[in-house]
Structures are given as C-alpha cells and as structure tokens.
Write a protein of this length. Structure first.
Length: 418
C-alpha cells in the first residue's frame, strides 16, 4: 500500500472525532441552544447509565467466545500495561508541572486511558475495507480486525468507568482534607512487677463521602501476665483487621462497580457460555431481537460522548486556561512516550514467542499505545462538575495533534509488522 493511502486511512478517524466535536460546539452555542446545560447533564446521565453499558455488553457478547478469549489473553494484559505506564508518566507530569489539585485526576486519567473504543474500530475498518490492504483478504481482515477492536472497546469501557472515573472522582471532592496520622504513645506505670502494660494510641483521620472527618482510635495493648502473652504478631493482626474494617467503611464499593463494568460482565457471560450465546447472538437466535436492540442503543454512545466534548469546549475557552506545560506534557506522554514503550513491549513479546505472528493482531496491540485520551473522560468531569472546560481544551489539543501523530504511527506500525 502506498504511503499516501496509509496517511489518508489513518487520518480519517481523527477527522471524524474533530467534526463531531465541532458539531457539539455549534449545538451548544446560544444562537441554537440545543445542548443547553440541562440537556448536557441529561445526556451525560444517559451515556453513563444506558449507552456505555449497552456498548460494552453488545461488543463482548457479539465477538468474544471462550476460545477467542484464551487466544487473545495478551490483549487485556497489554491494555493494563498501557494504563500502568500512562499513570506513572502522568504522575511524573503532575509533579513536574505542579498541576492544581482539582485537575490532577483529569491529567492522570488523560495520560492513563486512551481512546481504545471508537478509534481502533474506525482505523481497522478503514484499513481492511481497502482493496489493497496490507493484511490480506478483505473479509477475513474485517472479521478478525473487528473482533480485536471490539475486545479493545469492551476493555476500554471497563477501564474508563472503573479506573479513570474513580480517579477523577477522588480529586473532584471539594474541601478535601489530607489524611493525617499522629501517634501519641503513652505508657502505663511499671510499678507492678508481674504485670507490664504498654499502651499505644493511634489516631487516624479519614474523610467520608459527605466531606466530614471521623476520628478512629486504635488502641493496642501489649500485656504480659503470668504465662499469657500477646506477641507482636497478634498486635499486627489486630491492627490489620481494624484497618481493613475502616477501609471498607471509608470506600463505597458501589462506585467500584459502575454500570459499564456490569454491562461488560453480562456481555462476557453471554459470549463465553454457549447456551446463552445460541439463545441471544446471531441472526438465527430465538432472542436475537434483544441483542440487536442493545447494539442499537450502544451505537449512540460514541457520537454522543464526542459531541458532549465539543459542547463543553465553549465553556473551557471562556473559563480558565490550561497551562501550556500541562498540555504539552499530555501530548508527549500519549503521542510519543507511550508508542515508543509499546513498540518495545509488543516486539519483545513477539521475539520471545508470547504472542502468535499475526500482523493485524500485532498492529492492533501497537495501536493501543498511540491513541489520544478517551473521550468518555469528559463525561466523568461533567458528572462531577469539575474540570469540564479544561478537559475539552485537552481533548481538542490532543486530538488535533493526533491527526498527525496517529497517522505517522499507523504508517510505521504497518511497516513494522509486515
């Protein structure tokens, strides 16, 4: 395939995202006022509770079987690596550029989670539909490519609404008090020769969901009385038990299982259990209408999320600006550092025989490291009403730059895997 054609194929998905962003901005203008503040809030709620879970469920149920899940085991591992490496680089960026506290979650999420959903689908579809595509037969390329990209999309939905969502939530809480731990050791009198008691009191401040602070005192007594002794292991066990109990009370476990994660688990169950799959998936399935309806609902997720980014862009341009160093850092992390690290990881896996020699599969793995931030992060900022404008500016900058960088990386990746 000619270099120019590769450029055009890789450029199209980013242009689609930018066009939908512009459309969202136009609809949010006062002249039209279609995407008003209340409409944006309602659409975000629909994306979070309806569209995104349906997309994750339909993607996994339609494309994933137990056999394919075993064969593609390296893809979830690779995606987790992108998040771990991206989070680490994002934390360095936060420390170097001194990002304001309320924006740290946004910066970390943008560095950690890329657009593993619609961009791989668009890129793979565009490449495979080319008659002279570099991956062989058009139909086989499209079938396998959609399976790879759909698994990537489902995993991305889980990561965005579990990891990125909670990271934005953590830093969006107003009037956050830093956790303070003070130790005030006191000792009882040692007048009794047979009984020796040492008392250590530790006070830990833990923030609750309503921004109040509860004080929990953990008192540990070391007592020696006759033949009865309490060892240091008993003390550590007791402290650990109380700490876990307080941690469970502090964290709201419901927030760790967002609707998209539940939808993905349902889709995975349908895909890997043959009885459910025969009942719901495929044109000849008795209850195919249910799966088809879920697919139709899920298809609304990606364009809606992208238009909401554009709708909030106007507010961002009018409000506070994002520091150039922060924007530049996010672009470097997502478009330069992560792709280079991804090449090393994937090529290393191929060299040691960890993954099979499938050029299209390797291309999708490499592509996951070179993507701009997930647009669903914008929905998280809107749900918590924190960093909405800044997020839109970050999305505009990263996707504008990705129109060039992703094109170059795709061209290089295709050359590398062939």
């Amino acid at each position: 395939m000619e270099i120019l054609k590769l450029f055009v194929i890789a450029l199209m998905p980013n242009l689609k995202v930018l066009l939908l962003t512009v459309l969202g901005s136009l609809l949010a203008m006062n002249r039209f006022n279609i995407l008003s503040e209340s409409a944006i809030k309602n659409m975000n709620t629909m994306v979070y509770f309806v569209f995104s879970p349906a997309l994750a469920c339909s993607s996994l149920a339609s494309t994933i079987t137990l056999r394919s899940l075993i064969a593609l085991w390296f893809m979830p591992f690779c995606i987790v690596l992108t998040v771990v490496v991206g989070t680490s680089l994002g934390w360095l960026l936060v420390k170097i550029t001194r990002v304001p506290y309320h924006l740290r979650g946004l910066v970390l999420a943008c560095c950690a989670v890329g657009n593993l959903g619609n961009l791989p689908l668009m890129v793979v579809e565009a490449i495979c539909k080319e008659k002279s595509n570099p991956f062989g037969d058009e139909n086989l390329c499209y079938k396998n490519g959609m399976a790879y990209a759909s698994l990537s999309l489902a995993l991305a939905s889980i990561l965005v609404w579990s990891f990125a969502y909670n990271i934005v939530r953590m830093y969006s809480t107003k009037n956050i008090s830093n956790e303070k731990v003070t130790e005030n050791p006191t000792f009882a009198s040692e007048s009794d020769a047979e009984t020796l008691s040492k008392v250590s009191t530790q006070t830990m401040a833990i923030e609750t969901d309503d921004n109040s602070v509860d004080l929990h005192e953990i008192e540990t007594y070391v007592v020696q009385h006759g033949n009865k002794k309490i060892t240091i292991f008993n003390i550590l066990e007791e402290k650990l038990r109380k700490y876990v109990k307080m941690l469970c009370k502090w964290s709201n476990l419901k927030k760790l299982f967002p609707p998209t994660l539940i939808g993905a688990l349902v889709g995975l169950l349908i895909g890997v259990v043959p009885q459910f799959r025969h009942l719901l998936v495929g044109g000849s399935a008795p209850l195919y209408v249910i799966q088809d309806s879920i697919i139709m609902i899920g298809n609304a997720c990606l364009p809606t999320s992208t238009m909401l980014v554009g709708a909030n862009l106007l507010e961002g341009l009018k409000g506070e600006r994002v520091k150039f160093s922060v924007l530049f850092g996010i672009i470097v992390v997502r478009n330069i550092a992560l792709p280079v690290i991804g090449v090393a990881i994937v090529e290393g896996a191929v060299h040691f025989g960890i993954i099979h020699h499938d050029p299209l599969y390797q291309f999708v793995l490499l592509l996951q490291f070179a993507l701009p931030p997930a647009v669903a992060i914008s929905t998280s900022t809107q749900l918590f009403e924190n960093g909405k404008g800044e997020c839109s500016i970050i999305m505009l900058a990263t996707y504008s730059f990705a129109a060039v960088s992703l094109t170059l990386w795709c061209t290089f990746f295709i050359w590398l895997v062939l």
